[in-house]
Design a protein around this ligand. Structure first.
Ligand code: UDP
Length: 466
């Protein structure tokens, strides 16, 4: 791993060590960042968990992959029924010591601190940030959510003290939150079933690690959509924040790393879309983690049926909670009785879609999304307006930006009921509001395509200087 300088001198390349928690929505941007840092002249090692491990054969051959062999994961870390906070806490605990050991042996084998310039660590993994910092390695925190969501997260202790955390009285839900506008109380990060205390202690661990060990923050966002939020974040953290996104748009010349997914994408949906007129199809997916109860699932299904609009729906195994033991882990939940007969060829259901290609397909008119940050960015980059149904955590924040700040989406509504669903789908797919949202989405798409990668160059230079 040597590099020839312009004066002919050869020197060892500086190495960056990356580590992501094993969620699809974290791993994919991390692997893209790994490939881009490598293209920027850095040697790259990806430390990873055994759970959801990336397949090295599907990535750039010059990236080095090293498993940390985390301690066996408890049910709380993997069960589709456990909430995101339980998963984050369990994963932090399981990764702490194995990550530290893996990084320590890398430092021993690879020429130590002269070689390893920094660790770029999942910004939700306080255990890894702390371990890297304690080993004397400069740490950058990689956030796979928006700048607005990070600001909300870091403000949670202050918000709790000011009485803004849920549960909160119904009549206060529409109050704007001072310092976090345009968020209202109802848009704040929350995890159903967790109290504000649990969330606060998680946030305190993240904020503590960032405050103690982190030399910079890397975000998969871009200035044109989050300029004020990024400026506020830089002030609040007193740290450099590199808005290097949208990462998937930076692979214009080099091929992007293969997407990691829980299932093989069902590509038959692309041929199905080929047979549909432009902008006629609603694409429905709530990402890789969100689950709904049987009741909400049925309302979604009958709402789609009642809208009369053609749709492509991702129904992954585990998407419906309490689907029953007989369904098995890998079987998708059964559809409501009579649903398939009702929709015939007007609907296509897959367990996992090649989402980026789907969103780029001209047949797609709107994306019904949970507002996961990757999905939102992918929709923005293709100029596809959104119907939003946030489920937990930062999805509430992003949904507010989509509908209110950027004007490229409308809400399904807090209560998912078939009549309202059908109405919302018809409204967003038709002219009027739908057309205006599409026009604004087209504008955002142009801004996203202008993201040049200069923030990435700045990041590489910063890493070289560490
Ligand atoms: N995705 C996909 N096929 C699907 C559903 C999702 O490829 O059928 C991808 C999607 O393109 C995105 C990621 O999975 O990159 C989901 O990340 P996001 O942040 O939107 O949501 P999360 O799964 O983390 O809740």
């Amino acid at each position: 791993q040597e590099q020839q300088l312009s004066n002919g001198v050869r020197r060892r390349r500086r190495r960056v060590v990356l580590f992501s928690l094993p969620f699809q929505g974290h791993l994919n941007p991390t692997l893209k960042l790994a490939a881009l840092l490598h293209a920027g002249g850095l040697a790259v090692t990806v430390l990873h968990t055994d759970f959801n491990a990336p397949d090295p054969a599907r990535h750039h051959p010059e990236l080095t992959f090293v498993p940390i062999h985390e301690t066996p994961l408890p049910d709380a870390a993997v069960s589709p029924d456990s909430d995101i906070l339980a998963k984050l806490l369990a994963l932090n605990a399981a990764c702490a010591a194995p990550f530290r050991d893996a990084l320590a042996s890398l430092l021993l084998c690879s020429g130590g601190h002269d070689d390893v310039a920094c660790a770029v660590v999942d910004g939700q993994c306080y255990a890894a940030m702390r371990a890297a910092g304690e080993l004397g390695v400069p740490v950058l925190a990689l956030r796979t959510d928006s700048a607005a969501a990070l600001r909300n997260m870091l403000a949670i202790p202050r918000l709790r003290d000011a009485g803004y955390c849920l549960p909160i009285k119904e009549e206060r839900l529409d109050e704007p939150v001072p310092g976090l506008e345009p968020l209202r109380v109802r848009d704040l990060i929350r995890v159903d079933g967790c109290d504000a205390g649990e969330l606060c202690s998680f946030v305190a661990s993240v904020a503590g690690a960032v405050g103690a060990w982190v030399s910079g923050v890397v975000l998969n966002t871009f200035e044109a959509i989050e300029e004020p939020e990024l400026a506020a974040l830089r002030r609040e953290l007193s740290l450099p924040a590199f808005a290097v996104g949208p990462l998937h748009m930076l692979f214009r010349r080099a091929p992007a790393p293969a997407e990691q997914g829980p299932h093989a994408p069902d590509r038959s949906c692309l041929a199905w879309l080929d047979a549909r007129p432009p902008r006629s199809v609603l694409y429905v997916s709530l990402g890789s983690l969100a689950c709904v109860g049987r009741g909400v699932f049925e309302e979604m299904a009958w709402g789609l049926a009642g809208s009369g609009v053609p749709f492509l729906w991702v129904v992954r195994p585990g998407f419906v909670t309490g689907a029953g033991a007989s369904d098995g882990e890998e079987a998708p939940p059964p559809l409501p009785d009579g649903f398939e007969e009702e929709i015939k060829d007007r609907g296509k259901i897959v367990r996992w879609a090649p989402q980026r290609e789907v969103l780029a397909h001209e047949a797609i008119g709107t994306f019904w999304t949970h507002c996961g940050w990757n999905s939102t960015l992918e929709s923005v980059c293709e100029g596809v307006p959104m119907l939003v149904q946030p489920c937990f955590a930062d999805q509430m924040v992003t949904a507010r930006y989509v509908t209110h700040e950027w004007g490229v989406g409308m809400a399904v509504g807090e209560v998912v009921e078939r009549g309202r669903v059908a109405q919302a789908v018809k409204k967003v797919m038709a002219g009027g509001d739908g057309a205006q949202m599409r026009e604004r989405a087209r504008h955002l798409k142009m801004q996203a395509s202008d993201a040049t990668g200069s923030a990435m160059d700045g990041l590489v230079q910063y890493i070289m200087s560490l």
